[in-house]
Design a protein around this ligand. Structure first.
Ligand code: NDP
Length: 507
């Protein structure tokens, strides 16, 4: 995280006003320190004016000729026109996936499939800067994150699952696991390339073919990944990418020739998909929302915990399903922790996603900004106390300052609903039992964080958390070898690790 000490606004190219004004952070002469802009060059990326659908190994316009615009959330400017897939395109992609499954990918030995996955991983590494810049432009996330987290992890997923492709019989899933067939995969906008990797890598390793539907607001890196599929010579139809909105996603998952649905997104849409798949032979995994508790005990190292709190909720603008959006802090240290946190937040730099100094980028869409605005207004209306560091936001694009609510009670909407933005709700507890009760008092169950010096307490707490992932003295750590997924309204099934293969095979 940056240790910015900006006193004046900083104006890198393309962004009007950026920078958080850190009150009271001055040098010995009394003058405020400034960061020089450090923008990543956009030159490595070529954004075409128009993109087609990727079906059966080729880019083509949608059958109905419909398109939509993808925009740069940091400026509000349109980036490109993108084809919108309709029923005829979905039929085409699913038929191509079926043919590729039966004639090429399904019968191919695992050791041969692995070679393609290794090639994809290597090309992702070779072209990582191009992917990172494109991801930050289309999504609004800081280049520091796309460069250091999203793209390396996406490559790591392909590497990891490439290793399993010829060892499925030894994965402990049962004797002679078989692929399911054609997988329809619908992903959200918060980690566009990484979610594509989470979906495609295990499915392909297990011998399935895939039709991927990226989110409407972030189609560009999925389309670049399609180009990589061409580059590595992946047989036609093994991966298709159908861009479009919710309607395209709904038509894809209800297509009768789909064998498997993998969805990441909102609980609301997850429920609709589960209802549509009920009574069909389709297999389904759902990775949905969350409202995680990040729990800080009185013996936790405060500075380390504060970094974990910041990483837990301000990473990726809080657009993270497992974000630590509820801070549960032990009452005896609550004031000290919140003070340190506020001090730390004054050093976060909000602004141009392509500036290497930026900690918090743009909100992904107007719709998401409206949702965050509405929920934070509800927080104030219900009586919680709102705080943000002094912060000048750019004039154009979609922005929201890092925000902390104290005095939050469990009944407040900001303590119950997924905000999916840079907004932290602080609650307190007195005893470990109370921490467990409050942490689990949510319809979700995706993740949790525990901060304490005592190993025995970590184990005691972890056993009681109704959450698929529990981090101890860290937060938002991801690894392809580690399973990820939820309980309750956070969905079912696991992605990542050996468990992630189970979702794509029949035994
Ligand atoms: P959605 O669940 O609507 O979107 C996720 C994906 O599903 C997108 O590709 C979307 O397409 C597609 N989709 C939308 N409707 C359908 C449908 N009926 N059938 C099949 N696919 C569909 O999430 P939103 O983008 O609307 O975000 C809304 C809220 O969901 C956020 O505010 C956040 O709280 C939560 N969310 C949670 C995520 C998580 O990882 N847990 C990820 C994203 C959002 P399109 O983008 O074109 O609408």
């Amino acid at each position: 995280m940056g240790s910015g000490k900006s006193g004046k606004k900083n104006t890198p190219a393309g962004v009007a006003d950026v920078g958080v004004v850190a009150e009271g952070v001055v040098d010995t002469d009394g003058a405020a320190w400034e960061y020089a802009p450090a923008p990543e060059s956009r030159d490595i990326v070529t954004i075409a004016p128009e993109y087609g659908l990727f079906i059966n190994g080729e880019f083509r316009p949608s059958a109905a000729g419909r398109t939509f615009a993808t925009i740069n959330p940091a400026t509000g400017e349109p980036l490109a026109k993108v084809a919108e897939a309709g029923p005829a395109d979905i039929d085409h992609a699913v038929a191509a996936a079926r043919a590729a499954y039966e004639n090429a990918w399904g019968p191919m030995p695992g050791s041969e499939r692995a070679k393609y996955l290794f090639r994809i991983a290597r090309v992702l590494q070779e072209r990582s800067r191009e992917f990172a810049v494109l991801e930050s432009i289309d999504n609004g996330k800081p280049i520091r994150e796309s460069r250091d987290v999203d793209i390396p992890l996406a490559a790591a997923h392909f590497f990891y699952y490439a290793g399993w492709a010829d060892k499925l019989d030894h994965a402990g899933l049962g004797p002679a696991p078989r692929p399911l067939g054609v997988a329809a995969q619908v992903i959200p906008w918060n980690f566009p390339l990484l979610m594509a990797a989470w979906k495609l890598a295990p499915a392909l390793a297990a011998g399935n073919t895939c039709v991927l539907k990226p989110a409407e607001t972030t189609p560009l890196t999925a389309l670049l990944l399609a180009e990589v599929c061409q580059q590595v010579g992946l047989p036609s139809g093994v991966v298709s990418v159908l861009t479009g909105a919710g309607e395209t996603g709904a038509a894809l998952v209800t297509h009768p020739d789909v064998d498997k649905i993998a969805f990441t997104g909102s609980t609301e849409v997850g429920k609709q998909i589960a209802a549509s798949a009920a009574g069909t032979p389709k297999k389904l995994t759902l990775e949905l929302g969350g409202k995680a508790a990040n729990i800080v005990f009185d013996d936790a190292p405060v500075e380390q915990a504060v970094e974990g709190i910041v990483n837990g909720i301000f990473f990726n603008q809080g657009h993270v399903c497992c974000a630590g959006s509820r801070l549960l802090v032990q009452e005896s240290v609550a004031e000290a922790v919140v003070d340190r946190l506020k001090h730390r937040l004054q050093t976060l730099r909000v602004g141009d996603p392509l500036d290497k100094n930026t900690d918090v980028g743009a909100i992904n869409s107007r719709q998401q900004l409206d949702k965050i605005t509405e929920l934070t207004a509800a927080g104030e209306a219900e009586g919680a106390e709102r705080w943000s560091p002094p912060c000048r936001l750019p004039d154009t694009g979609f922005w929201f300052p890092p925000t902390v609510f104290t005095g939050v009670s469990q009944s407040h909407r900001i303590a119950r609903e997924e905000i999916f933005g840079p907004v932290l709700s602080v609650l307190t507890f007195r005893t470990p039992d109370e921490a467990v009760a409050k942490a689990n008092n949510t319809p979700y169950g995706l993740s949790a964080g525990i901060w304490t010096d005592k190993g025995s307490r970590i184990l005691w707490m972890a056993q009681r958390m109704r959450a698929g992932v529990v981090w101890a003295n860290t937060y938002n750590r991801f690894d392809p070898t580690s399973p990820f997924g939820g309980y309750k309204e956070s969905g079912y099934g696991r992605e990542g690790g050996r468990h992630g293969l189970a979702a794509y095979v029949d035994v």
